[in-house]
Design a protein around this ligand. Structure first.
Ligand SMILES: [Fe+2]
Ligand SMILES: [Fe+2]
Length: 370
């Protein structure tokens, strides 16, 4: 396969190294594909919007404007540094894009490329969340410093206190301060609450294509996080990593929702419409945020059961949070996680009932106002 290459010698070398002898970069016009290095928007303005052969861009700068301008191009894929040799080879060995029933292959690939570009350019995790992700429960001094920082942030503090007083925590007394919450729930729980709240901004959009809304999406993630944490603890797994995996498991939906023009019910629907699903996009977003691999992989696989217990915890936590009748799922979880059925029910029931209580409370409140 011959690829017409337009770009710097340095990047050319990188692609040649990645491609090995699967393809050859050339300056000849009659190539099978085209690869163009893009360093600024000015380069894009000089290019035609459509190409005669599958065309790929190598975007070397982080610039939101470039992503905006890209929307007008019919291209087959985008690469970002650092280049992944496997990905480069995979893209260039597929000679003819598959035609889907409704969209031409090229158009389909372009859409997927745009989704990937959007995922790669997702805003960074807030500084606070980044700090929290790195914080471990064994580091008590840092943890205490962190709680002091939370106390100084009035907005965050009041949201934590509100959550602590919600049925989610089933506390018998009203908690009025972060200090009190720390005494009752422990440093780590307060840290995890802060983490959940600091990521809620990503759900601040319209999720009607998922037949949901931002608040419900975030609450679902928070519930899965708490289920993961408790099940992880029972299985002697790293419960903090599982909490994070639960919190982030559907983050891919926050990217895909911008591209959906029809309602979807499943990952199969997403693939049919967009050529990718929220588990793959989620993995991409989390790698972009430098989240550890064990978590990104669990997120990638959260819609299929796995012999790996860490992944299985996330898989079942998501099922428990979605299913009305979870006792059957608890049977399967009991086998997969090697925990007694009764123990699983004891862990899962109070968390799910807290959500039901919360929803009932909200229904009553809305009835009162109507
Ligand atoms: Fe999901
Ligand atoms: Fe989910």
């Amino acid at each position: 396969m011959k690829i017409l290459y337009i770009g710097s010698a340095k990047s050319k070398e990188l692609f040649e190294e990645a491609l090995g002898n699967t393809a050859q970069l050339t300056t000849e016009k009659n190539a099978d594909a085209c690869l163009i290095e893009v360093n600024d928007t000015a380069t894009l303005f000089k290019l035609p919007k459509q190409f005669g052969v599958p065309t790929y861009f190598y975007i070397t700068v982080k610039d939101k404007k470039i992503i905006e301008v890209l929307k007008d191009f019919k291209i087959s894929g985008i690469f970002f540094p650092p280049l992944k040799p496997d990905e480069v080879r995979r893209k260039f060995t597929i000679k003819k894009p598959e035609k889907s029933a409704k969209t031409g292959g090229n158009e389909f690939d372009t859409l997927k490329a745009k989704i990937i570009a959007k995922a790669e350019n997702i805003p960074p995790l807030p500084a606070l969340a980044r700090e929290l992700v790195r914080l471990t429960r064994s580091d008590k001094t840092q943890m205490k410093d962190f709680i002091n920082k939370i106390k100084r942030d009035q907005g965050l503090s009041s949201r934590i206190i509100k959550l602590v007083n919600s049925p989610f925590y089933g506390l018998r007394q009203d908690v009025a301060s972060i200090d009190r919450a720390t005494v009752l729930l422990g440093l780590n729980t307060v840290k995890n609450l802060a983490l959940a709240i600091s990521t809620s901004q990503f759900y601040d959009k319209n999720f009607s294509m998922y037949k949901s809304n931002g608040t419900a999406m975030w609450e679902h993630s928070f519930l899965v996080a708490r289920l993961c944490e408790s099940l992880g603890k029972a299985c002697s797994l790293d419960e903090d990593s599982l909490y994070l995996a639960g919190l982030m498991h559907d983050i891919g939906k926050t990217v895909l929702v911008d591209f959906l023009v029809k309602e979807v019910d499943s990952t199969e629907d997403e693939i049919k419409l967009l050529g990718t699903d929220h588990t793959s996009v989620g993995e991409l977003v989390l790698s972009k945020w430098s989240v550890v691999q064990v978590i990104t992989e669990a997120v990638r696989g959260h819609h299929s059961n796995s012999p790996d217990k860490f992944k299985a915890v996330l898989y079942f936590a998501n099922i428990f949070a979605h299913e009305e009748d979870y006792s059957e799922a608890a049977e399967d979880a009991s086998m997969a996680l090697e925990l007694p059925h009764s123990e699983i029910m004891e862990i899962v029931r109070p968390l799910l009932e807290a959500v039901d209580d919360k929803e009932e409370g909200e229904d009553e409140a809305s009835e009162e106002t109507t």
